[in-house]
Design a protein around this ligand. Structure first.
Ligand code: FAD
Length: 317
């Protein structure tokens, strides 16, 4: 059976949902094997077993986390070579895509990014033109590298658990030569909300919030959602740039995207149009956001959102 190599990078104490999705896709294509960077906690090892991972490729030396992406791509290339994998799956994050691009060059492999679904024969469905179209693409090279958007499939453990076999991968001597080194790290204060890129629900605000994300935060907390923003809101300094969704921000694909006070410019749509259900709240009935919304509310977000929050809290009891 063809091997499908999933890149899992520094998961900490538990695998991210997006990694579980990649493992689920990998099993639909062949035998799931993993290139693993970081410390392997017992709970993570147990999850890898539950998701049917056959082999676990780990780097022989060099702490890859001391460097930016270059050495990770070198490790992944070595792991792909050792395993003989014909497909490599990585996250569709900015870093995942950069690693994929470098890997593509190292392996002479076709790279497909922004993948939203993969057929059992390896054909990828890809979201393009700011999410306006989905195209199908298939790499014709011996190895294909795919970066898959979070929330593309429902994670499913394997029917039978495995005992993943560790395999140590030797890295080329020049792996870290000339690579950019990380010199310091500062931990970001936890918001208690889910990670924006993988959240099942996102509440996003734009210029219409006029500096006050309070009603959006209340709604997000009632729903267990992450907070996102348009560039107008991040540029105004109302919220950090890491909350920006769009062409030059994050790409999200949640089950539910609530857009409040956002006009729906093409560059904003680029980051959220693949959301399964879009709810827009905007006081201008002519706003372009209503063209892509499944449900639209013409109204003042400062009146609409608190009512929604109150109703949700009431129903949750
Ligand atoms: P506006 O377009 O000003 O819209 C505000 C909306 O709020 C209006 O529709 C208004 O009716 C509504 N509103 C106002 N008050 C209320 C209220 N009280 N209740 C309800 N509704 C209200 N933008 C991004 O978002 N992400 C990107 O990644 C991005 N990248 C870009 C890259 C490039 C190269 C360029 C040129 C632009 C990019 N932009 C991006 C900017 C984009 O073009 C828009 O300018 C931006 O998305 C507008 O943000 P907005 O919808 O919040 O603001």
């Amino acid at each position: 059976m063809a091997k499908v190599l999933v890149f899992i990078d520094t998961p900490g104490q538990a695998l991210k949902k997006s990694s579980l999705e990649l493992l689920t896709i990998a099993r639909s294509l062949g035998e799931a094997v993993v290139a693993f960077n970081g410390e392997l906690h017992d709970d993570v090892a147990a999850e890898l077993a539950a998701y049917g991972v056959g082999e676990l490729y780990v780097p022989a030396a060099a702490d890859l986390n001391d460097y930016l992406v270059g050495p990770k791509a070198a490790f992944l290339a070595a792991a792909a070579g050792t395993s003989g994998a014909t497909v490599v799956l990585a996250e569709n994050s900015a870093e995942g895509k950069e690693v994929a691009a470098r890997l593509g060059i190292k392996l002479g492999a076709g790279v497909i990014t922004d993948v939203v679904a993969v057929d059992p024969d390896g054909t990828a469905h890809k979201s393009v033109l700011a999410g306006s179209y989905t195209t199908t693409a298939r790499a014709t090279t011996p190895v294909a590298v795919l970066t898959v958007k979070a929330n593309s499939v429902a994670p499913e453990p394997a029917a039978t658990a495995t005992a993943p076999q560790p395999v140590t991968v030797d890295l080329p001597a020049d792996t870290t030569a000339g690579a950019a080194r990380v010199t310091a790290r500062t931990e970001k204060a936890a918001s208690g909300r889910p990670d924006l890129s993988e959240a099942r629900i996102v509440v996003a605000g734009g210029r219409g919030v006029d500096g006050n994300f309070g009603p959006l935060e209340d709604l997000a907390d009632a729903l267990g959602a992450a907070i996102g923003a348009s560039r107008a809101a991040t540029d105004a300094g109302w919220i950090g740039h890491d909350a920006q969704i769009g062409q030059t921000g994050k790409t999200v694909s949640p089950q539910l995207y609530i857009s409040a006070g956002i006009s729906g410019a093409i560059q904003q749509k680029a980051g959220m149009q693949t959301a399964k259900v879009i709810v827009a709240v905007n006081k201008d009935a002519e706003s372009p956001v209503f063209e892509i919304a499944d449900f639209g509310i013409v109204g003042d977000l400062f009146q609409v959102l608190p009512q929604a929050t109150e109703e949700i809290k009431k129903r949750k009891g």
